[in-house]
Ligand binder design. Structure first.
Ligand code: ATP
Ligand code: MG
Length: 211
């Protein structure tokens, strides 16, 4: 029998995708020998004000452009197609329905771990996948840090902290720079920077970039 297939999932708003996301996926994929990595843009992230997020098509296309040269990476519109909020547990269940043996690793930055206690059905999630939590500048990658007091004890058995080179890049900083007409080169792949420029994304609030 073939080995269980392993899948890394990186969820996020990707508004826009940048080198921080790509480096996390690449390093985790290599270190954990994952067969595939899928980027899943969230439709209306429960933790963000939906009105501030640009429409899913733009975010999806930017991910597609960013990963086109990497055969192990793919992008899924699963959460964009589902109506209502995106919950990680629904996404994980979807993948397990088509392959119950799938070994799923959910990848996230350590900033996101602080909020995991607010996620839907965390207790069930623990039994369905494992978590790889990576370096994010400005946050301690250390279980003893007081900000992690909210992380349920049982969850720690399913979490691996994994150190990667810290890239101090965020989508919000890219949006701010683009809005101010400043350079966003070298923070994200050139094809994505071109896409932002051609579509005048993040420039103002009056065009049709929002959902
Ligand atoms: P925003 O500033 O809009 O919150 P972001 O840069 O944090 O955007 P998200 O789409 O919110 O990007 O993040 C998706 C996932 O990628 C989260 O798990 C987040 O922790 C992780 N991530 C984002 N940027 C980095 C980075 N520079 N290094 C490591 N992980 C990152
Ligand atoms: Mg974020």
């Amino acid at each position: 029998m073939a080995d269980k297939k392993s899948l890394g999932i990186l969820g996020g708003t990707f508004d826009p995708i940048h080198y921080g996301h790509l480096l996390a996926a690449e390093w985790v994929g290599e270190a954990f020998g994952l067969d595939e990595l899928v980027f899943i843009p969230a439709a209306r992230p429960p933790h963000k004000d939906p009105s501030g997020v640009i429409n899913g098509q733009h975010r999806y296309r930017m991910v597609a452009l960013a990963i086109e040269d990497n055969p192990a990476f793919s992008v899924s519109s699963l959460e964009l197609e589902r109506s209502g909020y995106s919950y990680t547990i629904d996404t994980i269940r979807h993948y397990l329905q088509s392959d119950p043996q799938l070994d799923i690793r959910f990848i996230m930055g350590v900033d996101a771990l602080q909020l995991i206690y607010t996620w839907k059905d965390v207790a069930q999630l623990i039994g369905l996948c494992r978590f790889i939590v990576v370096t994010r500048p400005g946050y301690e990658l250390d279980r003893a840090d007081p900000v992690f007091a909210t992380v349920p004890e049982e969850l720690w058995d399913r979490i691996e902290l994994f150190s990667i080179p810290g890239l101090e890049i965020s989508s919000s900083e890219i949006r701010r720079r683009a809005a101010a007409g400043r350079s966003i080169r070298y923070l994200l792949p050139p094809a994505v920077a071109d896409y932002i420029e051609k579509n005048h994304l993040y420039r103002n609030e009056t065009n049709d970039q929002h959902d």
